[in-house]
Design a protein around this ligand. Structure first.
Ligand code: NAD
Length: 266
């Protein structure tokens, strides 16, 4: 932003969207009631997109939709039948909803493992099946998969999550290949630890798994492999998601963009 006379509110919106104009585009963001999904929904709306806010938490979905002028859909993404009720005429799909469970493999509850795959792999697959025909018909589409550094690297005690994120990486690459002839790109964004409620819950879980105090978890466990010794903010992840929908990234597809403070670079 160059104008010194631009109101602060406009400066904020433009800074957040890096000049990306999504007027006339429709986005669907899963898990948009909290954390990274909420930041993505807000940034896409600020860029001019019509945004469908999907979350199983009714209060959060309605509140975010009201906040950003979007449409709320209260859906449990573990339920394939409910996914069928979501809109299909979507130009931008952000597969973001996720959950974590921390336990050694031998103690990992099979039902939690299965639930994680349903929400973080099967739901993105079903949403791609549902929305790709519309993107193809328009000759333009953007798929942004919120993966993780754990889509590229493993950590102990996270069998369900690491398995799901690696699967999402594969799904994203197939969508990139099949979408390419139709102006559709598909990419993963791979954050390290982001300051969200999911991470706040993990700090307590990791403390118990590693047998150390919660206050030591962030510095000694979470950030031990990151060169940058701070959590990343949800808005920093959302800025990359919006950039992937902008005018200069049409050749960028099938990629995984690390936002991990140097974790995978070392
Ligand atoms: P969060 O817990 O703050 O938000 C997740 C949202 O997903 C919640 O609103 C929750 O209600 C919703 N959700 C969960 N299960 C659902 C279901 N079955 N149906 C519908 N909605 C459901 O989490 P976050 O930290 O913002 O994480 C979002 C995504 O980013 C996840 O895929 C996560 O794996 C990924 N990620 C997070 C971090 C991090 O450090 N926070 C790092 C890398 C990747």
């Amino acid at each position: 932003m160059t104008s010194g006379t631009t109101p602060a509110s406009d400066r904020t919106a433009s800074d957040r969207t890096a000049g990306v104009d999504l007027a006339g585009r429709t986005a669907l963001v899963t898990g948009a009631g909290s954390g990274i999904g909420r930041a993505c929904a807000a940034a896409l709306a600020a860029a001019g997109a019509r945004v469908h806010v999907v979350d199983m938490d009714a209060r959060a979905a309605v509140s975010v939709a009201e906040e950003i002028g979007g449409h709320s859909h209260v859906v449990d993404l573990a339920r394939a039948d409910l996914i069928e009720g979501l809109p299909a005429d979507i130009d931008i799909l952000v597969n973001n909803a996720g959950l974590q469970h921390v336990a050694p493999l031998t103690e990992f509850p099979p039902d939690r493992f299965e639930l994680i795959q349903r929400v973080m792999v099967h739901a993105p697959f079903l949403l791609l099946r549902r929305t790709l025909p519309h993107m193809r018909a328009r000759g333009w589409g953007r798929i942004v998969n919120i993966s993780s550094v754990h889509g590229l690297r493993a950590s102990a005690f996270k069998a369900g999550y690491v398995t799901a994120k690696h699967a999402l990486e594969g799904l994203s690459k197939v969508a990139a290949l099949e979408g390419a002839p139709h102006g559709i790109t598909s990419n993963c964004v791979n954050p390290g630890y982001v300051r969200t409620p999911l991470v706040e819950q993990q700090i307590a879980a990791q403390a118990s798994a590693h047998g150390i105090d919660p206050e030591r978890v962030v510095g000694e466990v979470m950030l031990s492999r990151s060169a940058i010794k701070r959590l990343i903010e949800p808005e920093e992840v959302a800025a990359v998601a919006v950039w992937l929908c902008g005018p200069h990234t049409g050749y960028l597809t099938g990629a995984s963009i690390p936002l991990d403070g140097g974790w995978t670079g070392a």
